[in-house]
Design a protein around this ligand. Structure first.
Ligand code: ADP
Ligand code: ZN
Length: 436
């Protein structure tokens, strides 16, 4: 059974009391047990006793991905290694991977959090859940697996890949829920179509998708192609893995599991906390993790927070869709854009497939005058006369300019020519990585 389900609906005052108590315990923990934190606290001239209210959180030091790397592998452990029962590692999208160790209590908590998260997403104990997140070092596979089992759903642990087999299993076993990255959901739809299977006619009804940025337009596309409701879920290895936040049935942002994760949004340049509603970098402090608690982890994910009570009755704060990571931001003639913004413009245009590549010149880092975007077009547009292609290209260029204020060279490519990835999609590539 899931512990603490009522925590989601606690009055804010009570929730804040729980948070403060847990924060004080964690601050004490890391100060006493992790030399890295003790040093960082001392540099900021704070001690755990200085944490008297939740606003004192801003006095504590930040941690960053670099600190994880500098202390690799066990430097941030707050428990003896023999209490650690499992170690995961980040997928290393942005460099050397980092490790995440868990005690048994951490695994139990995470399973409870994930079970509650899946319920919020709409999963029930009588669902048949096909888990197509990668198993192994990546937190996705086992995170969803344990949560779904704890909830009592029937889990089919397919992992990512082997797509044809997945489609067959999905039909044969009567899968009702698919859990995978948004890009893999599209691969499933595409492969099914090739096999002559219409996923809309199967029992599949729900997708719990995350681990990478995706736009509202991408969601529409996935929902239509798979005939499901697609729910956004967010998490990161440094903090726990999946389960940090998820959308409820109201779809007005993702509820953060605030009894376990304390969230702030800061100005990424000054480090100052920003008021609710303003967009900035999400910072998370873990409140219950034992093996490797983190204090004020700078996620680099750009979001805003909404504390207004949600119609669903949950009191936990909601975070907006992640526009992107601060390090994925492109600067085109001084205009800042995220790949996901480009995606939302592309997918508004008819004849465009949800597969694209943003080609940059690494020589100029991510800053340049013009951008090249490769876009797949649908079969019927591609086989049509040249004129139609030219019109589409012109339209996309104009949309980029009018909506995002950037000039982009558009290259229309044949259907299925852009490489598909089974885990997280790679949207931005260097020119040297693609044929001219
Ligand atoms: P890596 O940093 O190697 O990719 P993780 O698997 O821990 O390793 O990835 C966590 C990151 O994935 C988050 O910080 C965020 O950037 C991204 N992410 C996860 N879920 C979502 C989501 N629902 N929407 C947008 N981005 C997401
Ligand atoms: Zn809600």
């Amino acid at each position: 059974m899931i512990r603490d389900p009522e925590n989601e609906r606690m009055p804010r005052k009570d929730l804040e009391n729980v948070q403060l108590r847990r924060l004080q315990a964690r601050a004490k923990d890391v100060y006493e047990k992790v030399p890295f934190y003790r040093k960082a606290f001392k540099e900021r001239k704070v001690t755990p006793e200085d944490v008297r209210s939740l606003t004192d959180l801003s006095r504590l030091p930040f941690t960053s991905k670099l600190d994880f790397r500098d202390n690799y592998p066990y430097g941030l452990l707050a428990t003896p290694l023999n209490r650690v029962v499992r170690i995961h590692s980040s997928s290393g999208t942005t460099g050397k991977p980092i490790v995440a160790p868990y005690t048994q209590s951490d695994i139990d908590n995470w399973s409870d959090i994930m079970a509650r998260t899946l319920v919020t997403a709409g999963v029930r104990s009588d669902d048949i859940l096909q888990n197509a997140y990668g198993y192994g070092l990546f937190t996705g596979g086992l995170g969803f697996h344990y949560g779904a089992e704890r909830l009592g759903a029937t889990v089919i642990p397919t992992g990512g890949g082997n797509t044809k087999r997945q489609i067959i299993l999905l039909q044969d076993l009567g899968t009702t829920v698919i859990t995978c990255t948004p890009s893999y959901a599209l691969i499933l739809a595409e492969t099914a179509l090739d096999m002559g299977v219409d996923l809309r006619e199967t029992k599949l009804r729900l997708g719990v998708c995350g681990a990478e940025p995706w736009s509202e337009q991408m969601r529409n596309d996935i929902e239509e192609r798979l005939g499901i409701r697609a729910v956004n879920i967010y998490g990161l290895t440094e903090v726990v893995g999946p389960g940090v936040s998820v959308e409820c049935e109201r779809r007005c942002g993702m509820h953060i599991a605030e009894d376990h994760f304390l969230a702030e949004v800061i100005d990424p340049h000054s480090g100052d906390p920003l008021p609710y509603g303003e967009q900035g970098e999400l910072v998370i402090t873990t409140l219950t993790k034992e093996a490797q608690p983190v204090i004020r982890y700078r996620t680099r994910d750009i979001v805003s927070l909404d504390r207004e009570p949600c119609d669903c009755g949950r009191t936990h704060v909601r975070m907006s869709r992640v526009t992107g990571r601060s390090d994925d931001m492109l600067i085109i003639r001084g205009v800042n854009v995220f790949p996901s913004q480009i995606e939302s413009v592309l997918l508004e245009v008819e004849g465009v497939e949800p597969h694209y590549l943003i080609v940059v010149d690494r020589k100029n880092a991510f800053s340049s005058d013009e951008l090249e975007i490769w876009v797949e077009v649908s079969d019927n547009v591609f086989s049509d006369e040249m004129q139609k292609m030219e019109k589409l290209e012109k339209r996309l260029r104009a949309e980029m300019d009018s909506v995002l204020g950037i000039s982009a060279r558009i290259k229309l490519v044949e259907p299925k020519t852009i490489a598909r990835t089974e885990g997280k999609a790679k949207r931005v590539v260097d020119r040297s990585e693609v044929a001219p």
